[in-house]
Design a protein around this ligand. Structure first.
Ligand code: ADP
Length: 549
């Protein structure tokens, strides 16, 4: 007998359904943007949905067809949201490019994705003027501004004005229905090694991610929130927030290019922001500004911090000095990006504060939709005891199956079962499913056959009041192969010494894991997504002679 089939409506999970929902049920909910042009702009989900339809018509008028890629070089703002929905919703593919990459990387990525249209903010006009001739597939360049801000002359042939394109259309456009497995957007990994690789998300994966991300044990988004994504819309789609925000119909606030501590703080206060998300480095500026000016938040309640390990000292500052809950999250481009977030279970509510903190400092538990395991080098899974560290692998509805344009599968086998994505991270998992990243496999410090977690060392250093930022890297050692070297940027006016810092590690970590040496630098290099550039530091200190060597 054939199985009895469900008799429910077939509603494909399409990105257009998110904005349609927001326009029907949160039409007057605001989207506020600090614009590149310098002013504040206020619109609503209702207007943004209409303009997204006009934009879809404009893309069609430019000759775009299903599957064509629309590249963006843009900050967080309402026009960027319109491009997200106007492109994906009309079966085009939204391709956000990180403008902080080197120009040659941007060219490489846009050409690899074969972008047909490139939309960009005024900030990036000089950059695009420089690289336009090398963008071999781009047919149309669109400056995301109004007529008044268009340049009098430019090297870009027939540069189009975004507002003119939108204004020329009537918006009488019905979002099309199509297969939910159609590509919706592409993001490239920042490519710390080798060329960047594209992750092609589908409508289905993006909508499921938006659902999962909004859950209470994940980002806990609701219509009562005012969300300010500090994480850029070019960094894995701002971790899906423009989608989850439409799904719950909440107010969105965009900082544009104004990401310094003072600007962000003022925007938090003036727009009554309740929730935010970003990588640890962006919060350093905000916390310093607030400390120096003795400021407090009036509405800000919680923030997701991820992308690299959130130092416990930062969590403490947010929680104890400002009453802001920090939700530590782990993810990656290949996961759309959310994998795990750290939220306590009911059984943890009565634990002493310190024990709760130790759980919250971990990268946390998976969202339904993702599964994970830790494995040894032979693909055998390791126990969930919070001790055994292994290669972290994942699978799920919003994990890539392969990279764009690459026929070979990146997937591995776990206990004989195929279909797991190797993350390149090393982690432990405890009996309650709390995952903790100890390192990226290429950042692990291997001392005499034992592994030392660079994250542990950095977290301790960051707890020292004189340290602004710290990175632990492996330095060559004749006997131990590698030993930890701590690279430190001190806070302005602080003169903490090498000896004082090393003494700070005593009693906080096993003696043999204490760094062998400390070097002070004026600045720690960051990648285009705000992570510490370990590769560059390893290169810089490759000839460093440890005192113990
Ligand atoms: P890229 O490596 O190209 O910068 P991603 O932005 O996707 O791409 O980075 C994903 C990686 O970032 C993860 O594999 C992990 O190493 C690191 N990461 C993300 N979140 C955390 C976290 N909370 N703690 C430690 N590492 C993290």
């Amino acid at each position: 007998m054939p199985a009895l089939m469900g008799q429910m409506m077939q509603m494909p999970l399409l990105i257009s359904s998110l904005i349609r929902h927001a326009a029907r049920h949160a039409a007057d909910t605001e989207i506020v943007s600090k614009r590149v042009e310098g002013d504040m702009h206020r619109t609503t989900w209702g207007e943004v949905e209409l303009r997204s339809r006009q934009l879809a018509q404009a893309f069609a008028r430019l000759g775009c067809e299903a599957g064509d890629r629309i590249g963006t070089l843009a900050w967080n703002g309402y026009r960027h949201v319109e491009i997200y929905y106007g492109s994906s919703g009309s079966q085009l593919v939204c391709h956000t490019i990180n403008p902080r990459l080197f120009p040659e990387q941007i060219v490489w990525i846009a050409n690899d994705a074969e972008d047909k249209v490139l939309c960009f903010d005024l900030t990036f006009l000089p950059l695009v003027e420089k690289i336009a001739v090398q963008l071999t597939t781009v047919k149309h360049f669109v400056l995301m501004t109004d007529r008044a801000h268009m340049p009098a002359s430019t090297a870009i042939p027939s540069l189009l004005c975004y507002e003119d394109l939108v204004a020329a259309e009537d918006g009488r456009y019905t979002w099309p229905t199509f297969d939910e497995n159609t590509a919706s957007s592409i993001c490239y990994t920042s490519g710390t090694t080798g060329n960047p690789k594209g992750a092609v998300y589908s409508h289905r994966s993006s909508v499921l991610h938006a659902y999962g991300a909004a859950l209470p044990d994940a980002m806990d988004c609701s219509a009562s929130d005012v969300v300010l994504p500090v994480v850029p819309m070019f960094h894995v789609n701002a971790w899906g927030l423009p989608y989850s925000a439409a799904l719950v119909g909440c107010k969105l606030v965009f900082p544009g290019p104004h990401l310094d501590g003072k600007s962000v703080y003022e925007l938090f206060e003036s727009e009554k922001v309740t929730f935010s998300a970003g990588v640890p480095t962006v919060w350093l500026g905000l916390l310093t500004h607030m400390k120096n000016n003795k400021l407090k938040f009036s509405t800000f309640k919680r923030t997701v911090i991820g992308g690299s390990a959130c130092p416990p000292a930062m969590m403490k500052a947010f929680q104890e000095e400002h009453g802001v809950e920090v939700i530590h999250a782990w993810g990656m481009t290949e996961l759309s990006p959310l994998g795990t977030l750290s939220k306590l279970k009911a059984k943890h509510k009565d634990l002493p504060h310190e024990a709760q903190q130790r759980l919250l400092e971990k990268q946390g538990r998976v969202i339904y939709g993702i599964d994970m395991a830790i494995i040894d080098d032979d693909g055998k899974s390791l126990p969930w005891d919070g001790q055994a560290a292994g290669n972290l692998v994942v699978r799920g509805s919003w994990v890539i199956d392969r990279y764009f344009g690459k026929p070979e599968s990146p997937l591995v086998t776990v206990d004989g079962e195929p279909g797991w994505f190797p993350t390149g991270d090393v982690a432990t998992i405890d009996a309650d499913g709390f995952m903790q990243i100890t390192d990226r496999s290429k950042d692990v410090i291997k001392s005499g056959g034992e592994w030392i977690s660079s994250i542990d060392l950095e977290n301790i250093a960051m707890a020292h009041p004189a340290v602004h930022e710290a990175a632990a890297i492996a330095a060559k050692h004749p006997k131990w192969d590698e030993r930890p070297l701590l690279v430190v940027m001190r806070k302005p006016g602080q003169n903490v010494t090498r000896e004082e810092l090393l003494a700070f590690f005593e009693g906080r970590i096993a003696k043999w894991q204490i760094p062998d040496d400390v070097v002070f630098v004026d600045e720690i290099p960051h990648t285009a997504t705000g992570k510490i550039q370990k590769l560059k530091l390893r290169e810089q200190f490759k000839n460093h002679v440890l005192p113990s060597a």
